[in-house]
Design a protein around this ligand. Structure first.
Ligand code: DAH
Length: 360
């Protein structure tokens, strides 16, 4: 029986030394398994107790159980010491020096179109509009017919549409030529009052100094039961002043025609060139930036709304145009040339998050 006591003492010494030498939490875990695991040394001793006589089993059993408690305690103690050391080490290694200035040039720039879209959305968000999206690939009904542009209507030709191949049933999808179909998608699904903007890409077969085959628009739609032209004028003027961060900007509402609106207008802003000489050649010029009007009753009825009860206004604006004007970018095509120097020059830092409260 001395033999067993000897074994227990040996085991204790071995465990203490091994724990002292263990230099990681995983090494401690390996020792725990070697001692207390299913086939661990102490577990084996405890299992073998059954072979002893009752009196011996009681005596040796007590000693073995004392060692078990001690072993658990020693392992736990060593583990927490090492855990703390590992944590301290990782804090040193993973430390971030918050006094170092950020280096935004290493994370690239935000494209002027993204920045301008964010600015537009921040302003309309502040006015209570919700932003929604529609598909880039549209059907004829949403892009044209429901917007009061039936087959054969001359406005269809003006849209220079990209069509997808014809399907078996003779219909063909197209790349949306404007964001106006989102008006229809919203009117089909939602009940007034509606205040939405719909930013997104649009496509036209057109490419020159002032046209690219893909560009961006933001559509707007307001429907309620007391909306009139005054609301439209005010809403758009407020947007323009806020966007250009000036209160004295000159705005001109010019009569125009769109099949899906009545009292249609185009809105020009006057730009007196103060800080960029490139975008203007006379001292005062007007540039068209927004089309708008009161929603045509045909549009409302094609979406199941009663025009006697509901009215509203819609507008659509070209994002690249607004960006060119605000940031003095002279050529539209350069927006989509992958030129990093251009982006370095016209792009924005990632911390330039637009907000209305930050405006003058
Ligand atoms: N969809 C028109 C275009 O692409 C822009 C537009 C004009 C949208 C008037 C409107 C609007 O919602 O009311 O030329």
């Amino acid at each position: 029986m001395e033999e067993m006591e000897e074994t227990l003492r040996e085991l204790e010494v071995w465990l203490q030394e091994a724990l002292a030498a263990a230099d990681s939490v995983s090494a401690v875990e390996a020792l725990r398994v070697a001692t207390l695991g299913k086939k661990g040394r102490l577990t084996t001793i405890l299992k073998n107790l059954s072979r002893l006589s009752t009196a011996e089993r009681a005596r040796q059993g007590a000693a073995a159980n004392i060692l078990k408690k001690k072993a658990i305690h020693l392992i736990q103690k060593r583990r927490s010491t090492l855990q703390k050391a590992e944590l301290d080490a990782s804090i040193v290694v993973e430390r971030i020096d918050t006094t170092l200035s950020a280096r935004p040039e290493q994370v690239g720039r935000i494209h002027p179109v993204s920045q301008t879209l964010d600015e537009i959305m921040a302003i309309f968000g502040w006015m209570g509009f919700a932003a929604v999206e529609g598909p880039d690939i549209e059907d004829d009904f949403h892009n044209f017919t429901a917007l009061n542009i039936p087959p054969g209507h001359p406005a269809r030709q003006m849209h220079d549409t990209f069509y997808l191949p014809e399907r078996a049933d003779g219909t063909r999808f197209l790349l949306r030529t404007h964001t106006s179909p989102v008006q229809i998608r919203v009117l089909e699904k939602e009940q007034p009052p509606i205040h939405i903007i719909a930013p997104g890409r649009v496509y036209r077969r057109d490419s020159d100094m002032t046209h690219t085959p893909m560009f961006h628009q933001v559509e707007g739609l307001v429907i309620d039961n007391t909306i009139n032209v005054g609301h439209m004028k005010n809403c758009i003027s407020l947007f323009i002043n806020s966007f250009f961060e000036q209160n004295d900007i000159q705005v001109r509402f010019r009569p125009s025609f769109f099949p899906f609106t009545v009292l249609s207008m185009e809105i020009d802003v006057s730009y007196l060139c103060k800080n960029n000489e490139e975008t203007c050649n006379t001292s005062e010029s007007w540039l068209e930036i927004i089309g708008c009007g009161m929603v045509h009753s045909h549009v409302l009825t094609s979406c199941g709304l009663d025009p006697e009860r509901w009215q509203g206004f819609a507008f659509g604006m070209g994002v690249e145009r607004l960006a060119m004007l605000k940031y003095g970018i002279p050529d539209l095509r350069t927006f989509y040339e992958p030129d990093l120097r251009w982006l370095q020059h016209y792009g924005f830092l990632f911390m330039d998050v637009p907000s209305v409260s930050g405006r003058r």
